[in-house]
Design a protein around this ligand. Sequence first.
Ligand SMILES: [Ca+2]
Length: 475
Amino acid sequence: MKHLTFASASIAACALTLPVAAQQTTAPQNKPNVLFIVSDDLNTDVGCYGHPLVKTPNIDRLAARGVRFDNAFCQYPVCNPSRASFLSGMRPESIGVMDNQTPIRAKHPNVVTLPQFFRNNGYFVANSGKTFHYVYDDKPSWEISEAGNGPKIESLSGLLRPTNGTLPAGVSVGKAKAGQDIFWAKVNLPDEKMGDGIIARRVADWMDISAKNNKPFFLAAGFRKPHMPLNAPAKYFDSYPLDKITYPQEPPEHVATLPPLARKNATSIVPLDDLQRREAMQAFYASISFMDAQVGVLLDQMDKSKLWDNTLVVFFSDHGFQTGEHGGLWQKMVMFQESARVPLIIAAPGIKAGVAPGVVELIDLYPTLAQLSNLPLSPTLEGTGLLPLLQNPNRAWKKAAFSVVERTGPKSVGRSIHTARHRYTAWPDGTAELYDHQNDPREYRNLFNEPAHAALLNEMKTLLQNGPQSALPTP
Ligand SMILES: [Ca+2]
C-alpha cells in the first residue's frame, strides 16, 4: 500500500512541477544520492578486470569514471552472511549471521542497516530485487522494497530440473545439460521481461521521479544474476562461441595437496566433461553480460536525469563464483580467489577515475557511503571508510582483508586473510593454506608445508591472530 501511495503521489507531483524540476535536477550538495548496485555471485570475470572474453561494456563505463578496486574481498563467500555483513557494517561473527538461514536482526534486533541509516537521515530509500538475502528482506530498512521483483524468471531453476513440468510461454531451453546441480537456459524473452530487467527499469523510474522531486535518494538494485540458474536471453549466449571458451589445465596433483576442508561444503563439486564445462561457462558469461546490460539501463538513467554531479554509484557483488576450478568446484562457499574476491567500483562526484590496488573489504562500504554523504559514522561499524583511498588510489591501505566460512558447526570456522599478495587460511582441524599470488595467481601451490616459507607463514599467522584491528591503514 505504501508503495502505491508513494508512486501515485510522486508521479502526480512531478507532473505538476516539471518546469521547476527541469531547472534543478540534483539533490542538495550536502546530501548526495546513492545508487547501490549489487550483483549476485559475480566474480572478477569482468571486462575492466582484464577478462579476455567477457563483455561488460556498462560496468566498464562505470569503472572509467570511478575507482575500481583490484583487491576487494567479501567477508563470507555465500549470499546471506555476506549481505548481512555489508548491510550492517559488521563482520559475520559480530552480526551473528553465518548461514543462509539467519535473518540480519536475529542477534542484533536494533541494528541500523545501511539503507535504514540513509532513511533515518531524510533520504527516499527504496529497493528492487535481492539486496538483503531475498527471503530475509528487512522492513525497517526501506520505505519501499520490491524484493520479489524478478522471481518469475528466477523460478525457472525449478523448471529446468528433470522432474518438473513444462516451460511458460515465451521461454525455451536452448541447453539444459545438467551435471548434478548446474542449470542454464537460453531464454527467448526481451531483457525487460527478465527478472533483472524488471529490477533495473523499476529503479530507473525511481531515479527519474526522485530527481524531478529534488529529494535525495538511496536506491538499491539487487540484481539476481549471474547467480544460478544461468538463464539469459539467447543473444547473450551468442557473444561467447563455445570454441572460444577455455580454462587452464590444473596440475594433476593439485587437489590432493589441498586440505580436505578447503573443498568440503563447497556448494557444488561437479564432474563435468569438457563440453559441459564450456557450456556452463558460456551460460555464466551470458548471464554476466545480460546483468551488465541492466547496469547500463541504470547508467543511462544517470545520464538522462543528469545525476552524475550529485550521486554516488557503487557496483559490486556479494561474493565470487567458481567455474570448475580446483577439481570441479562450482558456485561458492570456498576461500579460493574466485569466490572470496569481488569486483567493486565506486564513482563519486569530485573523485577522479582510477584503480586502487589497496586491500579493501565489503564492510568498508557502509562507512564509505556515510563519509561521502557527510553523515556521522556509528561506532558499531567495523569497516573503514575508503575516502582517503578514493582520493589517492595508490596510497597504502589495509594490510589484509578478513573472511570466514563455516564448515560443520559453530566451532568449525575457517578463517582467511587476503593481503595484496598472499592468501592464508587456517582451518579448524589444524590444516592451512598459504598462497603467493605473485607467483601463483591460480592458487595451485600450497606453501603451508614448505619450510622455505616459514617466515612468511609466521607473519601471516600473526596477522590473522591479531585480527582486523592490527591490519588497519595508517592515517
Ligand atoms: Ca550470492
